[in-house]
Design a protein around this ligand. Structure first.
Ligand code: ZN
Length: 138
């Protein structure tokens, strides 16, 4: 069995941002040479997510609105976690959008369902943050 590991780094210009990272994960898969196996992809920070969904801007706007209803960023004083930090909302948003995804690898390709793409969800950005890509198989 082969094993491959890589860290991707993202530094968003906004506090909250969604990035389609499918091309980066695809590049990792090609570099790994693995044809059959599994890809694990996870955010390495507790204020960011990796998730799978549609690459459609309306949907991404809907996520932003929905997440702001569930866990509004402001006022910062509404959260006990804030004080030293101001990112309590980002921890909560991360929880609901998830930490990681697992994608099957078949014939050297990411074996997606229709319209599936992998996204990095940033909720407390403007600094360098990492995503782990681990691939196992043969
Ligand atoms: Zn925090």
């Amino acid at each position: 069995m082969k094993s491959y590991r890589k860290e991707l780094t993202f530094n968003t210009t906004h506090r909250r941002e969604f990035i389609n990272i499918t091309p980066y994960v695809d590049a990792c898969l090609r570099e790994s040479g693995i044809k059959e196996g599994l890809v694990l992809c996870n955010a390495m920070h507790i204020t960011a997510s990796v998730f799978i969904n549609d690459d459609e801007s309306g949907l991404h706007h809907d996520y932003e609105v929905w997440l702001e209803k569930l866990a509004p960023e402001k006022p910062h004083s509404q959260y006990r976690h804030n004080g030293f930090e101001d990112n309590a909302d980002a921890h909560l948003k991360r929880q609901i959008m998830g930490r990681e995804v697992v994608v099957a690898v078949t014939n050297g390709k990411l074996d997606f369902g229709t319209w599936e793409q992998i996204f990095y969800g940033e909720f407390d950005g403007k600094r360098a943050k990492r995503v782990l890509v681990k691939i196992i198989g043969e």
